[in-house]
Ligand binder design. Structure first.
Ligand SMILES: Nc1ncnc2c1ncn2[C@@H]1O[C@H](COP(=O)(O)OP(=O)(O)OP(=O)(O)O)[C@@H](O)[C@H]1O
Length: 339
């Protein structure tokens, strides 16, 4: 029995637990995470470094490194033909057949996906040939079409470039072209714009939005930046200490944050309109006190408690439940009604 998934949903992560277990420690990097990604939409997973975002995406892609294991939960994925698979139970062989074709991933650093020794045309073509019966000429034509889709100027003359001959923004476009070459229904994007300067970042987000409208893929977007979330997401999951602390449609989340951590993250996001007053004076920068605790030493009760200005004694007594705060919103805070 694979489990159930709503008809408009392409990915349903259900009570996922991904742990790193050795003789010395058990790091519960992801501990009971649940969310749904709807077809053709973008779900952003946001949180500070160490909150468990990347481990969540690596679990979905079957790319966990040792000693990481999926200790519990389901990752239900609906393929193009409508079949539902539990990726949490997939073998490496099953993942190899699915990756690139049905699910693709882009990373912060394009050179983790691109081989410096091959031209970009060869690399995109090879990705297509791996999953589809195309000859060399067809693969090259498809690679060219993909370079055009990702809006690389003068694409025909860039087909035989090596990655090092391109700028960072162009390499990011090539990585997106490679990821989308076989028309996957799910794209996992792990901080794909973090290393880029803000104008290029905006261009890449804009490109992803247009590609989503054209190709119809769903996007799981991992980021620490709420500014990026506002640009691209339909729904948002906020993670802290390996757990979901808040979950909401993007407009609801920005209108009202129902967890003090989300509120703190938003206050830390630079905003010129807010941070410089009418007299041109800079307001003090906000920051959340302290740092994310190591996953092996989470405080008792609410993991955010020691950093939270609203914490009560009860917050350290038990881990708060994720409770509904709206029709599609949830918060793991006992004071969410006051926020
Ligand atoms: N191979 C590993 N062995 C042990 N612990 C690990 C391993 N990989 C990740 N972790 C732990 O899992 C936790 C979550 O890491 P993860 O990379 O998912 O965080 P993140 O939110 O994506 O942060 P970043 O933005 O820095 O990537 C961290 O506390 C990290 O120490």
């Amino acid at each position: 029995m694979t489990g159930s998934i709503a008809p408009d949903t392409i990915l349903s992560v259900q009570d996922l637990r991904t742990w790193f277990v050795t003789k010395r420690f058990a790091a519960k990097a992801v501990d009971g995470v649940t969310f749904d990604l709807k077809r053709g939409q973008t779900l952003a997973v946001v949180g500070e470094s160490g909150s468990g975002k990347s481990v969540t995406s690596l679990s979905i892609m079957g790319l966990l490194s040792r000693p990481g294991i999926i200790a519990g939960g389901k990752i239900l994925f609906r393929d193009r033909a409508g079949g539902v698979h539990d990726l949490a139970a997939f073998t490496p062989r099953q993942f190899r057949r699915m990756r690139g074709k049905e699910i693709a991933m882009i990373f912060q650093e394009p050179m983790t996906s691109l081989n410096p020794l091959y031209t970009v045309g060869d690399q995109i073509g090879e990705m297509i040939a791996l999953h589809e019966p195309v000859n060399r000429q067809e693969a090259r034509q498809r690679a060219l079409a993909m370079l055009k889709h990702v809006e690389i100027p003068d694409a025909a003359s860039r087909l035989d470039d090596y990655p090092h001959q391109m700028s960072g923004g162009m390499r990011q476009r090539v990585m997106i072209a490679m990821a989308l070459a076989c028309n996957p229904s799910l794209l996992i994007a792990d901080e794909p714009t973090t290393a880029l300067d803000v104008t290029i970042q905006a261009q890449i987000l804009d490109l992803l939005r247009r590609l989503q409208a054209g190709f119809g893929m769903s996007i799981l977007f991992i980021t620490h930046n709420l500014g990026v979330v506002a640009e691209i997401a339909h729904d948002v999951v906020v993670m802290y200490g390996g757990r979901v602390v808040e979950q909401a449609p993007v407009n609801d989340l920005f209108a009202r944050q129902r967890h003090p951590y989300t509120r703190g993250l938003l206050a830390c996001t630079p905003d010129a309109a807010r941070d410089i007053d009418a007299n041109g004076e800079r307001q003090a920068l906000h920051s959340i006190p302290g740092t994310v605790p190591p996953i092996t030493a989470l405080p008792p009760g609410c993991a955010f408690g020691p950093r939270c200005s609203m914490a009560l004694q009860a917050c350290s007594a038990a881990i708060p439940e994720l409770v509904p705060t709206g029709t599609a919103s949830f918060s793991r805070c006992i004071r969410s009604a006051e926020l």
